[in-house]
Design a protein around this ligand. Structure first.
Ligand code: NOJ
Ligand code: CA
Length: 525
């Protein structure tokens, strides 16, 4: 199976890094990460080998949902710095060969956004149709949407997109069947669309390279198979690309067939949407568990089906985690297990996304009090662990003022400790990125050939190939040793690149790879 796409050339070898800005690096001692703090760490990101970042929302917000509730799309939240800081971040990142993508919360704003405040007024105004309102507060509206009652002086209920304080912007309904539902080409929805394009152009005009679009699937309401939402994004993409042909659009959609048709460059395999990710990482039966009971087949089948639908048009990303799910270092996994996981993630097709801190095996911290609407996601959002000094080098503020508490363990992993240890997870991730960046076979478009797996296998083996270059990758996440027999390759032809506990031996004309418990091997042949 080949994947090709029409995205900018650098994209084929892209390795993204996701930055949760409040927890990355605090430059002004207030306990909250900020944009100058990110700039200070660009050398680290360059050293790691990544070439693109996605920054979670960094705009003015009351932060009831960590910034996914925007008050002003064109202004950086003062706690993170200024617009000038963001422009400087773009320049400094570009100097190091790193692209910058922002988070575009396209589907909803905060209830404090001036548009929403105006929209709440009974007297009609420019923003009356910027959000979706029913026509009466008291009489029941018949809707499967989430209606918030009695909030405004305006007689009507508004539609919430996610949390109740995230009113849905009005992009219209696919098939309006009540008087308060407007078609996608009504003046209100068209104005909303125009505003969104204006916001995107503003940031692109200041050096931003693209966007990860929050809940990109959610814009048009009651839209079977997202047909109208797809058309809407096609229209937006066309207008944006006419000015900025190299823009990168990453969707939170979870259904590549739809999102790539909508014009996005990549979509994620996620905990939402078509899935596969949960079986891979997140549940008791995940493949990446030491008990070895989890099966890879379900994920591979679902992944290959999704890839076929986007072949030649777009890519799929399997991320290490994100701010909405448990980090991989959870449920008893250690850095040793993460080495196997990263060997998979960084030799898999598509575009890898590394969630900040996963590269050193930062732990999901259970039991934290919810912060800014995090709830059980809060444990994945703790401060980055840079060094072995106070507050792990994240901030010089008093410990009590930190955005979230740090992993309290004395031996918590840090960049400082791992950078100087050749056997660390961090150096493993760095080596894998370096190998991927110079090996077309391992990049987005390299052919993937999964080798047949028996139902009771604990391991997974696959080939990647392109431009006369071939790799064999073998993974055994289970604690039990295993072995793989492979036809048609002579052991002498296999050159180990990044291996631990994986040994190739002759077996007649074939080879056998012996796999110790929790082992991996990337071989070139
Ligand atoms: C998805 C984001 O990733 C999540 O963090 C947020 O809470 C919701 N969208 C609502 O914007
Ligand atoms: Ca700060």
């Amino acid at each position: 199976m080949d994947t090709e796409n029409n995205s900018p050339a650098w994209f084929k070898q892209a390795v993204f890094y996701q930055i949760y800005p409040q927890s990355f690096n605090d430059s002004n001692h207030d306990g909250i990460g900020d944009i100058p703090g990110i700039i200070q760490k660009l050398d680290y990101l360059q050293w790691l080998g990544i070439n693109a970042v996605w920054i979670n929302p960094c705009f003015v917000s009351p932060f009831r949902d960590a910034g996914y509730d925007v008050d002003d799309y064109c202004r950086i939240a003062p706690r993170y710095g200024t617009n000038q800081d963001l422009f400087r971040l773009c320049r400094e990142a570009h100097r190091r060969g790193i692209k910058v993508c922002l988070d575009l919360v396209a589907g909803h704003t905060s209830i404090d956004h001036p548009w929403f405040k105006a929209s709440c007024r009974q007297k009609g105004n420019k923003y009356s149709n910027r959000y979706i309102w029913t026509s009466s507060t008291i009489s029941e509206a018949n809707s499967t949407l989430s209606l918030i009652r009695g909030y405004s002086e305006r007689d009507g209920n508004y539609v919430a997109n996610c949390f109740n304080f995230q009113p849905a912007l009005n992009y219209g309904f696919a098939k309006p069947d009540q008087s308060w539902q407007q078609p996608v080409d009504a003046p209100g929805p068209l104005e909303t669309r125009k505003e969104l394009i204006k916001i995107m152009n503003y940031w692109l005009g200041h050096g931003v390279d693209g966007f990860r679009v929050d809940m990109a699937f959610s814009l048009v309401k009651m839209d079977p198979r997202h047909k109208e939402t797809i058309k809407l994004w096609q229209d937006i993409g066309q207008k944006i690309r006419a000015r900025y042909p190299d823009v990168v659009l990453v969707s939170e959609w979870g259904n590549p067939e739809e999102s790539i048709a909508a014009g996005f460059d990549i979509d994620f395999v996620l905990h939402i949407g078509l899935g596969g990710y949960t079986d891979l990482m997140l549940n008791e039966k995940s493949f990446f568990r030491r008990h070895g009971n989890g099966k890879i087949q379900g994920f591979v089948k679902s992944y290959l089906e999704q890839v076929v639908t986007v072949k030649g048009k777009g890519l799929i990303s399997v991320p290490s985690a994100n701010h909405d799910v448990k980090r991989p270092c959870a449920d008893g996994r250690t850095a040793r297990d993460l080495k196997v996981i990263f060997t998979f993630l960084l030799t898999w097709p598509g575009v890898p996304f590394i969630f900040y801190g996963d590269e050193i095996g930062m732990r999901y911290i259970p039991g934290l009090l919810s912060k800014e609407g995090g709830y059980d996601r809060t444990g994945s959002r703790t401060p980055m662990q840079w060094d072995n000094g106070p507050n792990a080098g994240f901030s010089t503020a008093h410990k009590k003022r930190l955005y979230l508490p740090l992993d309290p363990r004395r031996n918590r992993p840090t960049v400082e400790r791992q950078a100087s240890d050749p056997g660390s997870l961090l150096n493993h991730v760095r080596d894998l990125i370096a190998l991927r960046r110079c090996s077309p076979a391992l990049q987005a478009d390299g052919t993937l050939i999964p080798l047949p797996a028996e139902n009771n296998d604990h391991h997974f083996a696959y080939l990647r190939q392109a431009a006369g270059e071939r790799f064999l990758i073998v993974l055994n996440p289970s604690a039990e040793p295993s072995s793989v027999r492979i036809n048609g390759i002579k052991p002498g032809n296999l050159s180990p690149q990044i291996c631990h506990g994986a040994q190739a031996c002759a077996e007649g004309d074939d080879i056998q790879i012996k796999l110790a418990g929790i082992s991996y091997g990337v071989f070139k042949f």
